[in-house]
Ligand binder design. Structure first.
Ligand code: SF4
Ligand code: SF4
Length: 111
């Protein structure tokens, strides 16, 4: 699973250039360039902590996860194998994003 860095400071999961989630989902099934991908896990709001999904997704609240599974639909990326990212390291970007559409995987590389 990749080492993940993130530059999306507006995301509630962001901390010190990294992500605190247990995993992320990247979208972009027809993407041919990095701008056409997005981090679907981006959120501006803390999820409802009564929700079981919250505990599954977040794990240790606030702690950076340096490596995590990245489930990615960008099948045109050379690092994508069966919708899982096999890159050693990736970077999610979109520093002023207010919506997941304004984020992207800057490590996308066409097959
Ligand atoms: S934009 Fe994605 S990778 Fe970055 S902190 Fe948010 S959920 Fe994590
Ligand atoms: S590097 Fe490629 S396979 Fe990995 S998350 Fe980014 S777009 Fe998906």
């Amino acid at each position: 699973m990749p080492r993940l860095k993130c530059g999306v400071k507006t995301c509630v999961f962001y901390r010190e250039r990294h992500c605190t989630r247990e995993n992320i989902v990247v979208k972009g099934s027809t993407a041919l360039a990095e701008e056409e991908t997005k981090c679907q896990s981006f959120s501006r709001e803390v999820p409802d902590n009564r929700d079981d999904r919250y505990k599954m997704e977040i794990g240790s609240i606030g702690e950076i996860n340096y490596h995590m599974p990245v489930y990615c639909e960008a099948v045109n990326c050379k690092f994508n194998t069966h919708r899982v990212c096999r890159a050693k390291e990736i970077k999610i970007d979109g520093s002023r994003a207010l919506h997941s559409d304004q984020t992207f995987c800057s490590s996308f590389a066409i097959k």
